[in-house]
Design a protein around this ligand. Structure first.
Ligand code: AMP
Ligand code: GLY
Length: 420
């Protein structure tokens, strides 16, 4: 088979590596990929939103299956576009992708189908939201409705912060804003919960804990993710049952009642309070870096899983996992998530010899003449699986030391809640 992968991050490099393990696969193209995928597959220099050009390439090169990594093309309807052209594609369609594309859509779904979530209000007039906020308790959460790469969420400690957030959102910082979402602040511990669905059934796809903040101790600005570990320390049988019964089942059933079929990865961002799950947000894809953290533990052929999903036959597949613990540390460009330099060579990368259960997934990298250069804020993902988190972390530290990249920085405390 010939496979195409849309995206250029660590998530897509991890998917690409796993797809290449399948005996069914002869060739993989990445649109546009990075220096990591360039080494193991063929990168095609097309942007993820160039649907028409990608389609032309897919037809000319007889690609059998397309896999979509990031949210933007999903929310823009890439799945409908390719299905209309009779090309097999893995991911949710445009209607289903509203779960991530519109926070208000998801909140209304929660309300209608009684899915536990933070209490909320939706406002379209600045006077009304101002009046509401002046009579609210703090902290409170103010959110822009659409995709904002994790930046459209403000945790406000007082009225001034809240009014500033409202002003920025209504002034169009995250695109045209007709509505604004205000939420109760939930004080608990977060967890990422993944499933894969074919529209008829679903299977669990592991849990993870992401470290979203830039600084140690989970402080500082929100980022795409500075590291993760899997499984989450919070998961237990009772909680798992509650997540399925109170969140996943009513979501999939509710969507169905609205005439929407969910096919693809569904990522529930949860807040856990005293072993009770609350939905914070949905994403309609794997997380990044959670994907890099989870996939090395997957035993089953990932292409079989994608194909079963496309054929509505997920119930015929048994998804098997290694029991080990996985930890991922993201090496970033100095300055990220603020200003940072690109195009700096990562000289020692080619010298590192990875042992079994050690992985380096590229994110913001580019290759020229066999040299790898940085090309983004999050540059490399170091992942190790072993029988305990501490051991995985130790090995990662050695690998990062060996790389000795002077422009890099990383959080040294990834997994601090599971490593004593
Ligand atoms: P989101 O993009 O909706 O996941 O929000 C980004 C981050 O803001 C989440 O990962 C949480 O840490 C935090 N957050 C969002 N909504 C709430 C809430 N209602 N209560 C507490 N924290 C929240
Ligand atoms: N790691 C968070 C995300 O992928 O949205």
């Amino acid at each position: 088979m010939i496979i195409g992968i849309i995206g250029s991050g660590g998530r897509e490099h991890a998917i690409c590596s796993k797809v290449l393990k399948s005996k069914k696969v002869n060739k993989v193209y990445c649109f546009p990929g990075n220096a990591g995928t360039d080494k193991i597959a063929t990168n095609i220099d097309l942007k993820v939103n160039e649907f028409n050009k990608i389609k032309e390439f897919v037809i000319n090169n007889k690609i059998d299956l397309l896999i979509v990594g990031p949210e933007n093309p999903l929310v823009d309807g890439i799945v409908n576009y390719f299905q209309d052209a009779n090309i097999k594609i893995f991911g949710p369609d445009k209607l289903a992708s509203q779960l991530e594309g519109s926070k208000i859509f998801t909140k209304k779904l929660c309300e209608k189908f009684k899915i536990p979530t933070a209490k909320f209000g939706i406002f379209n007039k600045i006077e009304e939201v101002t009046f509401f906020l002046k009579n609210s308790k703090f902290p409170i959460v103010v959110k822009a409705d659409g995709l904002a790469a994790g930046k459209g969420v403000y945790i406000c400690e007082n009225i001034n912060e809240a009014l500033k957030a409202v002003k920025e959102i209504f002034e169009g910082k995250f695109g045209l804003a007709k509505n604004i979402l205000v939420e109760e602040f939930l004080k608990g511990e977060e967890m990422s919960y993944f499933i894969i669905s074919d529209g008829k059934t679903f299977k669990k796809f592991q849990t993870a804990q992401d470290h979203k903040r830039a600084l140690e101790g989970d402080k500082g600005k929100n980022t795409g993710g500075m590291g993760a570990y899997s499984p989450s320390r919070l998961i237990n049988k009772d909680l798992d049952k509650k997540i399925i019964e109170k969140i996943i089942n009513p979501t999939l059933k509710g969507l169905k009642l609205m005439g929407i079929e969910f096919k693809g990865f569904l990522y529930a961002g949860l807040m856990i309070l005293e072993n009770e799950p609350y939905l914070i947000e949905y994403n309609v894809r794997m997380g990044d870096p959670e994907c890099q953290t989870i996939l090395p533990k997957l035993k089953t052929d990932i292409v079989d899983i994608f194909l079963a999903c496309c054929a509505n036959k997920l119930d015929s597949i048994n998804i098997e996992w290694h029991k080990e613990k996985s930890l991922c540390v993201v090496l970033c460009s100095k300055g990220y998530p603020n200003k940072y330099k690109n195009n700096l060579p990562i000289k020692n990368l080619g010298l590192i010899q990875l042992k079994k259960n050690e992985f380096i997934y590229h994110a913001g990298t580019k290759a020229y003449n066999n040299i790898v250069y940085s090309n983004g804020g999050r540059v490399l993902n170091f992942v190790v699986i072993s029988n305990n988190f501490k051991k995985s972390k130790k090995k990662i530290n050695l690998l990062i030391k060996e790389l000795d990249w002077k422009n890099g920085y990383y959080r040294k405390d990834i997994g601090f809640k599971v490593i004593k």
